[in-house]
Each structure stands twice: as structure tokens, then as C-alpha cells.
Write a protein that binds this ligand. Structure first.
Ligand code: BGC
Length: 786
């Protein structure tokens, strides 16, 4: 039977049940028609497959899997081939562990350096993020596994991520926040996509018609499954109407009942045809993945080697005074810093992998021609392994600052008393402040290297390998320099993206704000020169020469700008790149083709992509601030009428968006900005807002949560469940409780929060019994137990 035939045989009850999960990790099965469950699993840089009792954030251990470097790390390789190799390995491990849909890669834009999940995302640039994500997806799906890029869309902070509204103007939405997803869908061919927790312009991502129907399905032609983030469904009926397919994890049968009621009673909020349209891709997915042969294991050593290769190719050499690196053979080194024995190689949260093996510097140093001394004063070079602590890089919480912890800086300063030749090896999945940089003679930034990081770093330090990575994000001097600094108000539901398109280098470059290290920056043990730029209407061609005496690779970058423009425009935008491997002294001609994204902009006047006519500046070079070659190209535009009068948007025109006034942002936004809600609590308010509850019990619950959270900060170890619950809305209680709590019960809980204890409690108790009996009845009929 094909999917349509199966669909025609399903009852409404069965169809409604298929649209939400059966447990933490599986969709529902319908044995009568041989529809099998689909198994989902994190994650983006290694499997987190729980056997037996699964739980959302991994209190129960997962099966051992290879921990590859995280997305933030691999993006620095600028090498889609490596992304594809990692993807293939992930696909093989998914097959071996009976996983059908791999929940990754993550490709949200790095709007702020403080987002706790930046380590899981590729870049501040949508083009680079999209190309890397597409490569992972191709790799994963080549093994007959569905990839599920996430979190669609505009999920750029963790604090109150399930109870916030990203207020972003349409052009910025399209060009900055959606372009990477567009590439992931169109070029990667993603078969699944995960809808985000947050609202986008007033409507939850999972029920956002503009995102899911107009753009994802209609414009990009996506025909796979939309899976909600865990607990991200708000109004299930609205979600299904927008062709969201699987509500995860397991809301019990409450959601299914809501759907049946909406289809059969009263106003007819949804039709059975609309339900059918959402069910079909699930049946297709179940049929597709059931062909998989799960008998094969995977090659632990081969995958470890891929993780090592990826870490080698992604590390970025940021400083190397007097060519202290590579270390001379036989060199006396002292190993110092907190990560010598206890590496930080991945982040915390749903992406955390139980690695098949884990290298430490101490364990692998014997494989290299180095002499180890204890006393830093006796060493030729001190190797200082340091970086962000675990608590700084976790799902569910953002960082408070860009600082490296004080105790590490003290240790570094103390080392300088004994030795001036200190090489820092940094582990951090996000940009940090570097006021301590002058204490280091060299800095190798490994990011979060995955399980084979120790040998990867030593390969580079000793010159067995050569650094080839470049930064996929900017390193500002301080958080106060970021364009979003004044708009990151933590307490508000409506988070205004007032900086418009000017995030990352788009801001620093345009507004001429000096940075510690620019986007695209990275050194090597050799040097490169650029020459001979030719620009045609299809591509750019130029020559790169390795001018040093070692073989190596240069990441050449193409940027495009337009000085004379009637539009808001960053000075330069990345439109292409090429990683070029060259022997010492070798020259090569490199061509980078233009594509549909090179000159386009999204017009809010015509509601489609357009090209502004005129002369464009073409820049080619080593990073966004070092573009050795420049040229020009005249382009015929598609439309004469521009979307707005740029004179009325002075901050955006100059890129000086640090202090955009409400009124100017409202002009860009094009309609009245949403007001903050005041008054009684509603089901979509976050649990952390209970600090202002009228009920003493609820304030107590808040204090307990807050105390647990503070404790976890004191310990430096994230308490993932508390972080999740603290930020989640009341509504999610029903979505995450495995069917024990219904929406009706949540409404009664909110009555308690609003100070009506007895009324609320009565509702909770009555609702509990009603829900249990309705669930039982549904189960029986669904599985023909009566
Ligand atoms: C995360 C997702 C993850 C899911 C399942 C959510 O909390 O946001 O990225 O895939 O949990 O673990």
C-alpha cells in the first residue's frame, strides 16, 4: 500500500493521534495498518539516543556515540566537504542506533555573543551557516535518515525562549534569519524541519502561517515533516492547519481530542482535508524509514578519526608572535590550565553526547616529540589550556558576560611571572572578550573540539598539521560594542530586533566599530597573497599564491556591497567562499560563481526578491576587513520602485544602529509595534514570572526554582531541568507531561497563579479525572482494546 492508500483507510481518530508523539522520542504507530513509529533523536554533533525510559534533557544516559566538534567549531573550517563527512558518520550512527530522524543541525543566527546555544549554531552569517548546514543534511540523508534542521526560526536566545516574541522586520527576517534555512531546504534537501519555541511577529513559530505555509511550503517547496521543538506546540489545531506534522514529545491524547473537536464540532476550525494534508508526510516518512537496515554497527575508530580531522581543520590560529608555533621538536613544555585533564569539548543540554572515547591532553601528549616539565619556569613554552566553563555554554540559559572566568585569568597572570612564552589553547563555542590576550604569545582557538580534540590540538601545535580555520563570527572587544546591546532586554516578552540586518560583521564593518578579530579571520604557519581579479556577470576569478614555505590552505572570501543605494545595506555581505589547498610557493586561479543570492534583496513593496540596479562593489580577500582585491560590476535591476524612503531611516542608512529610536524601528517594521501585555497571568506566561504571582504558594515555587538555578550557577554545572522549567510557559506543562496534565488542567493552574487557589485546585482535580478517563477511552478505541 502506498501512503495515500493507507491514508484513505485511517479513521479520524487514528489520523488525529498520528499528529502527536507517543512518548519522549517516538511518533505514534498504527499496527492495524502497519504504520510504524518514527524514532527521533538528538543531535547535531553526535547521537543522544536514549534506550529505555527516555527523558527530555538526558538525566538517563544515552548510548555511546562519537562526539564530533560542534557546529560553531566546524563552521570555522568553511569546508562543506567536512560537513558532509560528519553528516554521513552521523547518519551511520543513527542507522546503527535505530534512529530515523536526526534532530539537527542547528542553524540559528548568532545575533548575540551571549546566547547560551551559540556553540550549537554555525555563524552570524546566513550564507555560511546555510552552506554548512546543507552539507550536514546531504551527508545525513545519504544514509537514508531524515535530517531535521532547527530551530525554525528566529530562535536566537535561550532566556524565556518558549515565552518570547521576536519582533523583526520582514526584510531582515528574510535576508538574515531565514536565508540559512532556505539553503538548508533547497540545497540540502532537508526532509524534516523543527519549528522553534518562540513567537515570530506575534505568532508561535509552529503555527506561523507566514513561516510554515507561505515561505517553507509554498516558496521553498518543502514537502517533508515539520516537527515541533519539544513542547513548542501552543495551539495544536492552528499548528496542524499550518501543516505542522508532529507535535513532540508526548502531549497524551489531549491534542488529538482537540483536533477532532475542532474538525467535527461548532465552527469547524479545521477540515478533515487539512488534517489529511498534515498526516500524509508522516505516513510517507514512516514508509521511507522502515526500509532501513539497522543491523550494521559503526566503526568507532573511523568516526573518531573524522572527529579529529574536523577539529584539526576547524581550529583558528588567532595570534602567533615571533612564530612561536609550531613548537620545535624536543621542546620542553609545561601543561597548565583547567582543561589539561578535564577537556571542555562540547556544550550542555539536549546536544550532549556520551562519547565513545575521550582524549585528554595528558593522555595523548606522549605521542608527540615534546618533553614535559612541571615547573613553568623551566619550560621553553607553557601550554595553557583554558576557556569557558560548562555553565556558560548550555541550552536553557544565556551567558551573563563575554568573560573567561576570573580564576583562569589569575592563573594565566601568575604564569607570566615565571615564563613569557605562553601559548593559549582555548575551548569556547562562542565569542569571548580578550583583555588578557597580551599575556599570550600565541593563541590557538579550538572552539569545542569534540572527543578527539586533544590530539587535534597537539597535531597543530607541533606542526604535524597546519591551521586552516577562520572565524565564522566576529570577536568584538566588549559586549557593549554589539549592535544589539541596547535591545537585549531580558524581561520583556516582545524582543524588538531594532538593529535590523546589522548583526555581527554587518554592523562592525558598516558602523566602523573596531573589533578584536573580524569575521573570517585566521592565521596559518604559511602566508597567502591575492592577485588578478576579474569580474564577469557570472563570477569572479582571482589568483591565490602560497607565499610561505609550508603547504597550507587559504579560505578566500567574496563580499558584495553597493555604495550608491536607495536601500538599507551593510557595507559588505558574504556571497561566496572557497577553501584552497596550496603547496608552498604554488599559485592557483580560483573562480567563485555568483548565485541567486549574490545581488538579491527582499522588497516589502513587491513582496518578493528583487535586484537593485546599478554599480556593485566586489571584494575578495582573507577576511571581511582585509579584502585585497576590489572590483565593480554594473547590474540591471528588476524593479525601479524601492520599498521605502531611506532618508526617513537615518540610523539604518548609516548602519549606526546602536541606539535606534522606537519610532524609527516602527517605520522599518512597517506597522504598529506590539505592546507589552499587562494584567492577569495567562497560559503562555513563563513560570519564572511567578515571582509576581498573587499566590504565596506560587511565589514559593518560584523561589525554589530560583534557588536551584542559583545553586547550579554556584556549582558551575547546569541543572538542565530547572533551566528548562524556569523558562517555560504554563502551557508546556500539558505538552511535556506524557498525557497526565491536560490543557484544561493548565488553565486551572493559571487560576491558582492568579490568586484563586481553591477554584483553581478544584479545576485541576476535576480536570485530572476527566483527562484520565478521556485518555483511556481514546487509547482503547485507537488500539482496538474494546
Ligand atoms: C531543544 C531541541 C532538541 C529537543 C529534543 C529541545 O529542548 O531545543 O534542540 O532537539 O529538545 O531534545
Amino acid at each position: 500500500m502506498d501512503a495515500r492508500e493507507i491514508l484513505s483507510k485511517l479513521t479520524l481518530m487514528e489520523k488525529a493521534a498520528l499528529l502527536s508523539g507517543k512518548n519522549e522520542w517516538e511518533s505514534r504507530d498504527i499496527p492495524r495498518l502497519d504504520i510504524q513509529s518514527i524514532t527521533f533523536s538528538d543531535g547535531p554533533h553526535g547521537l543522544r539516543r536514549q534506550e529505555g525510559a527516555g527523558d527530555h534533557l538526558g538525566l538517563n544516559a544515552s548510548l555511546p556515540a562519537t562526539c564530533f566538534p560542534t557546529a560553531a567549531t566546524v563552521a570555522n573550517s568553511w569546508d562543506p566537504q567536512i560537513g558532509e563527512e560528519i553528516g554521513q558518520a552521523l547518519g551511520e550512527e543513527a542507522l546503527a542506533q535505530k534512529v530515523d530522524v536526526l534532530l539537527g543541525p542547528g542553524l540559528n543566527m548568532k545575533r548575540s555573543p551571549l546566547c547560551g546555544r551559540n556553540f550549537e549554531y554555525f555563524s552570524e552569517d546566513p550564507y555560511l551557516a546555510g552552506k554548512m548546514a546543507a552539507s550536514y543534511i546531504r551527508g545525513i540523508q545519504s544514509k537514508h535518515i531524515y535530517a531535521c534542521p532547527k530551530h525554525f526560526a528566529v530562535n536566537s536566545r535561550e532566556y524565556r525562549r518558549m515565552a518570547m516574541n521576536a519582533v523583526v522586520d520582514e526584510r531582515t527576517l528574510r535576508e538574515i534569519y531565514l536565508t540559512a534555512f532556505e539553503i538548508a531546504v533547497k540545497e540540502g534537501g532537508a526532509k524534516a524541519i523543527m519549528s522553534a519555541y518562540n513567537e515570530v511577529n506575534g505568532s508561535y513559530a509552529n503555527e506561523n502561517k507566514h513561516l510554515l505555509v507561505d515561505i517553507l511550503r509554498n516558496e521553498w517547496g518543502f514537502d517533508g515533516i515539520v516537527v515541533t521543538d519539544w513542547g513548542a506546540s501552543n495551539d495544536h489545531v492552528a499548528g496542524v492547519k499550518c501543516q505542522s506534522n508532529v507535535e513532540m514529545p508526548n502531549p497524551g491524547l489531549d491534542s488529538a481530542r482537540e483536533l477532532i473537536k475542532a474538525a467535527t464540532e461548532g465552527e469547524g476550525r479545521i477540515t478533515e482535508e487539512e488534517i489529511d494534508r498534515a498526516v500524509l508526510p508522516i505516513i510517507e516518512a514512516a514508509l521511507y524509514v522502515r526500509e532501513n537496515d539497522h543491523k550494521k554497527g559503526f566503526d568507532i575508530e573511523a568516526h573518531h578519526a573524522i572527529a579529529r580531522k574536523a577539529a584539526v581543520n576547524s581550529a583558528v590560529l588567532l595570534k602567533n608572535d615571533e612564530d612561536i608555533l609550531p613548537l620545535k621538536s624536543g621542546c620542553k613544555v609545561a601543561l597548565k590550565g583547567p582543561f589539561v585533564d578535564k577537556p571542555r569539548y562540547q556544550g550542555s543540554g539536549s546536544s550532549q553526547v556520551n562519547s565513545t572515547k575521550l582524549e585528554t591532553v595528558r593522555n595523548v601528549i606522549g605521542n608527540y616529540d615534546l618533553q614535559i616539565v612541571e615547573d613553568p619556569g623551566e619550560a621553553d613554552v607553557v601550554l595553557f589550556f583554558f576557556g569557558l566553563d560548562e555553565i556558560a555554554e548550555s541550552e536553557g540559559a544565556d551567558r551573563f558576560s563575554m568573560d573567561i572566568p576570573e580564576y583562569q585569568i589569575k592563573e594565566l597572570e601568575n604564569l607570566t611571572v615565571y615564563n613569557k612564552h605562553i601559548v593559549g589553547i582555548m575551548s569556547a563555542g562562542s565569542a569571548v572578550k580578550m583583555p588578557w590576550l597580551s599575556n599570550l604569545q600565541a593563541l590557538l582557538h579550538g572552539y569545542l573540539t569534540g572527543q578527539a580534540g586533544a590530539s587535534a590540538m597537539l597535531d597543530l601545535l607541533t606542526g604535524k598539521e597546519i591551521p586552516t580555520g577562520k572565524l565564522s563570527e566576529s570577536y568584538p572587544f566588549a559586549y557593549t560594542d554589539c549592535s544589539i546591546y541596547n535591545y537585549a532586554d531580558q524581561e520583556k516578552r516582545n524582543l524588538q530586533y531594532r538593529e535590523g540586518p546589522f548583526i555581527g560583521y554587518r554592523y562592525y564593518d558598516t558602523a566602523e566599530v573596531a573589533v578584536q578579530f573580524p569575521f573570517g579571520y585566521g592565521l596559518s604557519y604559511t602566508t597567502f597573497a591575492y592577485s588578478n581579479l576579474t569580474v564577469t556577470d557570472k563570477d569572479v576569478t582571482f589568483t591565490v599564491t602560497n607565499t610561505g614555505n609550508r603547504d597550507g590552505a587559504e579560505i578566500a572570501q567574496l563580499y558584495v556591497g553597493k555604495k550608491e543605494s536607495g536601500l538599507i545595506r551593510p557595507k559588505k555581505e558574504l556571497k561566496g567562499f572557497a577553501k584552497v589547498w596550496l603547496r608552498a610557493g604554488e599559485s592557483r586561479e580560483v573562480t567563485i560563481s555568483f548565485d541567486d543570492k549574490t545581488f538579491r534583496y527582499f522588497s516589502t513593496r513587491s513582496d518578493q526578491w528583487e535586484v537593485e540596479g546599478g554599480t556593485y562593489q566586489i571584494y575578495v580577500g582573507a577576511n571581511v576587513l582585509d579584502t585585497a582585491l576590489t572590483g565593480e560590476l554594473k547590474i540591471q535591476g528588476t524593479i525601479l520602485e524601492l520599498p521605502y524612503d531611506i532618508e526617513k531611516l537615518p540610523s539604518y542608512r548609516s548602519g549606526q544602529v546602536h541606539n535606534v529610536h522606537y519610532e524609527e524601528f516602527e517605520k522599518l517594521y512597517g506597522k504598529p509595534l506590539p505592546e507589552e501585555k499587562v494584567g492577569a497571568f495567562e497560559i503562555n506566561d513563563a513560570l519564572c514570572q511567578m515571582k509576581d504571582s498573587k499566590s504565596a504558594i506560587c511565589r514559593l515555587v518560584y523561589r525554589v526554582l530560583k534557588k536551584n538555578l542559583d545553586k547550579s550557577y554556584e556549582k558551575g554545572v547546569p541543572d538542565l531541568n530547572t533551566m528548562f522549567v524556569y523558562n517555560m510557559p504554563f502551557r508546556a506543562i500539558s505538552k511535556m507531561s506524557g498525557g497526565m496534565v491536560s490543557r484544561e488542567m493548565v488553565e486551572s493552574i493559571v487560576t491558582i497563579v492568579n490568586g484563586h487557589f481553591f477554584r483553581g485546585l478544584g479545576g485541576v482535580i476535576a480536570g485530572f479525572f476527566r483527562n484520565r478517563s478521556a485518555n483511556n477511552k481514546y487509547e482503547k478505541r485507537l488500539y482496538h482494546k474494546e
